[in-house]
Design a protein. Structure first.
Length: 291
């Protein structure tokens, strides 16, 4: 199984839309860009001892809060800011690495950090998305050695040593890690992060923006959607508590209310949208109970 699940050369329009898609505090977006640029510029000029920057940013938060999407968008924004230089991007599947056969995980992790990343960051900025990093850098204290083979423990050790190696020897590399389970990530890994940002469900303003954007997208293909726009504030308050993914899915589900609306989403009614939002809340509740 390959550990690199996506690669791209940035800037790239698909990645730009990822950044715009996520409606979050503009101050949070600005912090992410600023920290990323600082990590890339300072590490080129100073030693790790002078400026102990790891070039590691962590996005933490519940499922569906936009972490992976924002991380990909951030990679694009960094490439835009570094004008005149293209940037390499790669996304790593932590599960693939740690589910490798016994004894292999540690080797895979070490190879990633000491070989693959430094090679690709040679003379060129490289953004590495370590998605769902709790599998890669699992908290060693929480691990029972019976339930979790020694191999996993060693993989975490390798990830820590790997992050240190990248910090010192691959100053052009920036690691962006995401996690649903910050408590399951090894504390030593989190302490290496230069910035940890927590993402939550969208605010009222963000919910309105998501709804507006989705209705505009439907409206660009089907007429009739404009009728719904006077209800946006109501939909946004009904959607309070839904994560961004659940809200986008609810709006799509509204279009699937009947075969008629499925063929022509322009015919969706405000009641169908409200009903779909209600169902999304019920679905979330059911998932919580099951979990
Ligand atoms: N704040 C938000 N604004 C707009 N859209 C959002 C927001 N949060 C999530 N979404 C939408 O939800 C979808 C899922 O987002 P994404 O996969 O990035 O979430 P995630 O936090 O990585 O989830 P998971 O932890 O399950 O991997 C995307 O299509 C994204 O556009
Ligand atoms: Mg994700």
């Amino acid at each position: 199984m390959s550990v690199i699940v996506d690669e791209a050369i940035l800037p790239n329009p698909t990645f730009k839309s990822a950044w715009d898609t996520i409606k979050t505090d503009s101050a949070q977006k600005e912090r992410l860009i600023a920290q990323s640029l600082l990590a890339l510029t300072l590490r080129r000029s100073f030693t790790f001892e002078q400026m102990p920057i790891h070039g590691l940013i962590v996005l933490s938060g519940e499922p569906g809060t936009g972490k992976t999407t924002l991380a990909r968008g951030l990679a694009h924004k960094i490439s835009e800011a570094l004008t005149g230089h293209s940037v390499n991007f790669m996304q790593v599947d932590a599960h693939a690495m740690t589910s490798a056969s016994l004894g292999k995980s540690q080797k895979e992790v070490t190879k990633l950090f000491t070989q693959t990343i430094p090679e690709r960051a040679n003379g060129k900025a490289l953004i590495v998305l370590l998605d769902e990093v709790e599998t890669l850098a699992a908290d060693r204290q929480r691990m029972s050695l019976e339930a979790n083979p020694v191999d996993v423990h060693r993989a975490t050790d390798a990830a820590l040593a790997g992050a240190d190696h990248v910090a010192r020897h691959a100053p052009n590399a920036l690691l962006i890690a995401t996690t649903n389970y910050p408590d399951a990530v090894d504390r030593a890994f989190l302490s290496r992060a230069d910035l940890i940002e927590t993402m939550g469900p969208p605010t009222a303003e963000a919910r309105k923006a998501i709804i507006q954007e989705t209705l505009d997208l439907f409206g660009s293909k089907w007429s009739g959607i404009d009728r719904l726009k006077s209800h946006i504030s109501r939909f946004a308050s009904e959607a309070e508590g839904l994560d961004g993914r659940a809200l986008r899915k609810a709006l799509i589900a509204a279009a699937a209310s009947t075969p008629t609306t499925a063929m022509n989403p322009g015919k969706m009614t405000a009641e169908q949208v409200s009903h779909a939002i209600k169902r999304a809340h019920a679905g979330r509740q059911a998932k919580k109970v099951a979990a």
